[in-house]
Design a protein around this ligand. Structure first.
Ligand code: ADE
Ligand code: ZN
Length: 319
């Protein structure tokens, strides 16, 4: 039985499995530049974040209707339930859809149709976090936040993802200020490929409550001390780090060092359809490669609930 856990770093578009991609392509009359699911899987050899993002955004062409998003999210939730997930905070990339002519509301309503049934079907509580694409302009991010206003009852927070290097957090200062005014929780990817300075900036300028990845914080001991002292959770994604070549091999993952430094580390799957495993597979991979014991695995699971945007009463409900 997988340990009960919360998943806090999961891009719903990154759960698009090749089989569903081809089924949706057929339904929507989209021609994919791959002969079949095998040829598509063959293309999942990434040299860095950008090489992944190119394929990831390309494949989104098959997602067109609210039903497509419902099916996508439902398939993830079913698998997450099998992997011990009891609470999922799900990222989505609205600009990647609105830029293709799919309205914001279609995406949110489609996702919510699946999320609304998740508790009953799979025993999973959910939250939605909308991410801004950091390689798009701050104006585009602000317009996206504006488009989200009718749906804020369904959206818990904002995040920042896509190509990191050259797009520092401070570019989105005003957008995050507005998000805070709207009562939204704030997170951001930082220190995945970008420097430790971006992690600092995400905390100081954007006021984020969690750092997504944060791997490169280790290059700045003072920052590590601060993250530990302020108990800022890091949502790590070990299999993603290997596939996107942030580290050479799973055995090189610094998770053990991070736990020893007192960091509130959590383990997540990022884009599981592309990186060879869902969240329990990530737990298994670090357990086997780093020799983590029961106590460390329990700490990781406990951290995931502590770091979640759950109300106190939800956190206490035996999670
Ligand atoms: N979007 C989807 N996955 C991502 C990742 N690992 N880093 C940045 N942006 C992403
Ligand atoms: Zn991510």
């Amino acid at each position: 039985m997988p340990v009960p856990k919360a998943e806090l770093h999961l891009h719903i578009e990154g759960t698009l499995e090749p089989e569903l991609a081809f089924a949706l392509a057929a339904r929507n009359g989209v021609t994919l530049p791959y002969a079949d699911t095998e040829a598509l899987r063959e293309a999942y050899r990434f040299s860095d974040l950008q090489s992944f993002l190119d394929l990831y955004y390309g494949l989104m062409a098959v997602l067109r209707t609210a039903e497509d998003f419902t099916e996508l999210a439902d398939a993830y939730l079913a698998r997450a339930g099998e992997q011990g997930v009891r609470h999922a905070e799900i990222f989505f990339d609205p600009q990647a859809h609105t830029a293709r002519g799919v309205p914001f509301g279609v995406v949110v309503e489609g996702l919510c149709a699946a999320l609304d049934r998740a508790e009953e079907r799979y025993g999973i509580s959910t939250r939605l976090i909308m991410c801004f694409l950091r390689d798009e302009s701050a104006e585009s991010a602000m317009a996206t936040l504006e488009a989200a206003k009718p749906y804020l009852g369904r959206i818990t927070g904002v995040g920042l993802d896509s190509a990191e290097v050259g797009h520092p957090p401070a570019k989105f200062r005003e957008v995050y200020e507005e998000a805070a005014r709207l009562g939204l929780r704030r997170v951001a990817h930082a220190g995945e490929e970008g420097p430790a300075a971006y992690v600092r900036e995400a905390l100081d300028v954007l006021g984020v409550e969690r750092i997504d990845h944060g791997l490169r914080c280790l290059e700045d001991p003072e920052l590590v001390e601060r993250l530990a002292r302020e108990r800022v959770p890091l949502t790590l994604c070990p299999l993603s780090n290997v596939r996107l070549r942030a580290i050479d091999a799973i055995g090189d993952h610094p998770l053990r060092t991070m736990l020893a430094a007192g960091l509130v580390a959590t383990v997540n799957s990022d884009d599981p359809a592309y990186f060879g495993g869902y969240v329990e597979d990530n737990f298994d991979a670090v357990r086997d490669a780093l020799g983590l014991g029961e106590e460390e695995l329990r700490t990781l699971a406990r951290n995931s609930f502590l770091a979640a945007f759950l109300e106190d009463d939800e956190e206490l409900r035996g999670r």
